[in-house]
Design a protein around this ligand. Structure first.
Ligand code: HEC
Ligand code: HEC
Length: 346
């Protein structure tokens, strides 16, 4: 009797348990779904106009014409059409601070917002900063003038002039969502594994002709814009290129830039060259003639702080100039580690 009644009752109890379970499950699923749905929605919002420093809106066309915004827009113009405003042939001679017809944008790609191309998002918060080249704490204005005198082979901008103020206004705008310490993924260049050998100039030339000459020309002189000052494809050496004191004149820095940015269209996620190829091409380009930097011996008052691939003497070591230009760099790096306890990566 007991046995039979319990046999009849059990399925009922089980049904209630199963139903409760299913209802609970449905409620949980409903909440999870809602939660996810809500989150996805919020994420889309954030990636469009949000405050993530890497994906925020850096299009100056979206700014209205308030006085402050006009300054930002002028900074963007200077940055992307530098030769038109500051170049040696611009109509206002008193503004000819650049010595060549490059644009800041030629090296700091996508107006300074492309990761690992010397990206400038957050750069304001990274300054003032200790600079080995001058052996002192330098300001952002001094850093901009560093590129004016070397990458642009020109003269420093007056620190309180209209152009310098506009550059800083633009960089401050790029900095608006950066963390306090200015550390944003994509800053500077992506490190490469530096081959433990000298640059192979023959391989460098062959690769250059195959991968680079279609835009920059077999003679490396690029293609000027037709109706404006500046270049469609900038030159890689010669009188209108960066000078010997520029960061790009160092083989390691150039190889890092080339690896993640060239041929045009390459990126950190989609590089087209191997580290070895970038190294050989960088060595080939930087062996070509380019303007001298005035007073190169005054750079790096503390010679120990000079990057190992700086192409001009003096050095705080006895390695030949050719090795500082073409490697192998490991023995030089090991020397600084052993002798001075300094770890060098460029
Ligand atoms: C020929 C390439 C080239 C051009 C053109 C160039 N730069 Fe640079 N710039 C560099 C390199 C390379 C570095 C990093 C050097 C280093 O690692 O020491 C740099 C660094 C900087 C920095 C510091 C970045 C940081 O993260 O600390 C600023 C700011 C800057 N450049 C601004 C400018 C401005 C403004 C212009 C135009 C007037 C300009 N650059 C033109 C190559 C260039
Ligand atoms: C499809 C065309 C194209 C190819 C191919 C190409 N580049 Fe460039 N390169 C450019 C453009 C365009 C710029 C300037 C970027 C800008 O202003 O947005 C540039 C800029 C540069 C710069 C910095 C500016 C300067 O003049 O010093 C270097 C260095 C450079 N390229 C090296 C190379 C090397 C090395 C290769 C071959 C591995 C290569 N490029 C292949 C189009 C190209």
């Amino acid at each position: 009797m007991n046995y039979e009644s319990s046999k009849r009752k059990r399925p009922g109890k089980q049904l209630i348990v199963v139903f409760t379970f299913i209802i609970l499950l449905l409620i949980i699923v409903f909440f999870l779904f809602n939660f996810n749905f809500f989150e996805t929605d919020k994420y889309v919002e954030v990636s469009k106009t949000g405050t993530d420093p890497l994906t925020a809106d850096y299009d100056t066309y979206h700014l209205d014409d308030s006085r402050e915004n006009q300054q930002i827009k002028y900074g963007f113009e200077l940055f992307t059409n530098t030769a038109e405003y500051l170049g040696p042939d611009n109509p206002k001679l008193e503004r000819a601070f650049s010595g060549n017809n490059l644009s800041c944008n030629n090296c700091h790609l996508q107006a300074g917002t492309k990761a690992y191309s010397g990206m400038l998002i957050g750069v304001i918060n990274r300054f003032p900063q200790f600079r080995g080249r001058e052996n002192k704490i330098g300001t952002i204005k001094e850093r901009i003038n560093g590129c004016m005198e070397r990458s642009m082979n020109g003269k420093p901008l007056p620190p309180n002039g209209k152009e310098m103020k506009a550059f800083v206004a633009y960089l401050e705008w790029l900095n608006r969502y950066a963390p306090q310490d200015g550390k944003v993924d994509g800053t500077g260049y992506a490190r490469i594994k530096i081959p433990n050998r000298a640059v192979d100039l023959e391989k460098g030339e062959r690769l250059f002709l195959k991968k680079c000459a279609s835009c920059h020309g077999e003679d490396g002189q690029g293609i000027p814009l037709r109706d404006y000052a500046g270049y469609l494809y900038p030159p890689l050496w010669g009188q209108d290129s960066y000078n010997l004191g520029a960061g790009m004149a160092r083989v390691i820095t150039a190889a890092e830039f080339i690896k993640t940015n060239m041929p045009y269209g390459a990126s950190y996620d989609k590089p087209e060259l191997t580290d070895e190829q970038a190294y050989d091409i960088a060595g080939y380009i930087n062996q070509k003639p380019r303007p001298q930097k005035a007073n190169p011996e005054l750079d790096f008052p503390d010679l120990k702080l000079k990057p190992v691939s700086t192409p001009y003497p003096p050095y705080a070591d006895n390695f030949p100039v050719s090795q500082h230009q073409l490697g192998p760099f490991q023995p030089i790096m090991e020397f600084y580690k052993k002798e001075y306890g300094l770890t060098k990566n460029k």
